[in-house]
Design a protein around this ligand. Structure first.
Ligand code: AR6
Length: 171
């Protein structure tokens, strides 16, 4: 079943106007490549300064900071699992990332949130399986949080978009 509150877009997440954007970070929370690098570049050095105060983040958990120079007011930093063939609790850890992000969304009364395809870049998680988890957790969050009006999945390439479109057709 498709929910109109779940939307897909193919653009750079750093330009998204949402209450929060999610960063696919690493355990240090001190920046990196991919979407993490892009978010830090646009947000500016104050984001790194705030991240330094957080003391890192375990895989599967999430932390929230301000968005600084980003259009989004907040950044939710989460650390996805590195794909090691699927036998190291990767699906559970990826689902926990989404759940912990949605918990912060609820605690902060946010109405819209934009996610990149966590773990599917440098961390190598297969796109279709990751998209299925992302959609499943978004549906769960939307069912539990009536304040949440929009969940945007930002697809950085057409393969990622196809993976989400497929996941959306599944029950
Ligand atoms: N906007 C939206 N999506 C993007 C952008 C962007 N500007 N740039 C990349 N993506 P990745 P990971 C997509 O590698 O796999 C970092 O170095 C990208 O195409 O950014 O979770 C961190 O510091 C892919 O679909 O994150 C960690 O060390 C998705 O974002 C490590 O990478 C995630 O790719 C985390 O790896």
């Amino acid at each position: 079943m498709t929910d109109s509150r779940i939307q897909l877009t193919e653009e750079d997440i750093t330009g998204i106007q949402a209450d929060a954007i999610v960063n696919a970070a690493n355990n240090s929370l001190l920046g990196g490549g991919g979407v993490d690098g892009a978010i830090h570049r646009v947000a500016g050095p104050e984001l790194l300064a705030q991240c330094r105060t957080l003391g890192g983040c375990p895989t599967g958990e999430a932390r929230i900071t301000k968005g600084y120079n980003l259009p989004a007011a907040w950044v939710i930093h989460t650390v996805g699992p590195v794909w090691r063939g699927g036998t190291q609790r990767e699906p559970e850890l990826l689902a926990r990332c989404y759940r912990n992000c949605f918990s912060l969304v609820r605690e902060h009364g946010l109405r819209s949130v934009a996610f990149p395809a966590i773990s599917t870049g440098v961390y190598g998680y297969p796109k279709e399986e990751a998209a299925r988890i992302a959609i499943q957790e978004a549906r769960r969050a939307l069912a539990e949080n009536e304040n949440l009006a929009r969940v945007l999945f930002v697809c950085f390439n057409s393969d990622t978009r196809l993976a989400y479109e497929k996941a959306l057709t599944e029950p």
